[in-house]
Write a protein that binds this ligand. Structure first.
Ligand SMILES: [Zn+2]
Length: 93
């Protein structure tokens, strides 16, 4: 019987714990900079709750979590990413 325990991560906005599959992962990759759902480096997770991903302070929270400064264009890219992840759970890594 193979049963994998879900990997649990904390949403940086509401601080609740979720199965990683249900979160959007933002990574500060060593080489490529900010990446979504991919990349190696310091990562932050945001849950599907609209309250969290549309939080006006989300950029600040991400900067703190990733220990980096995000470019002004980040929010545009972030919103584009979100719209392409209508259902994050279908986008396993
Ligand atoms: Zn959340």
């Amino acid at each position: 019987m193979i049963q994998q325990n879900p990997v649990m991560r904390i949403c940086i906005s509401c601080r609740k714990t979720f199965d990683r599959k249900n979160l959007l992962k933002i990574t500060k990759d060593h080489k490529q900079g900010i990446m979504f759902q991919n990349g190696i480096g310091r990562s932050a997770y945001i849950c599907k709750s609209k309250k969290c991903y549309s939080d006006s302070k989300i950029k600040k929270k991400l900067q703190k979590a990733l220990k980096t400064l995000l470019e002004p264009e980040f929010i545009d890219i972030f919103e584009q990413e979100l719209s392409s992840y209508n259902d994050f759970s279908n986008k396993g890594i």
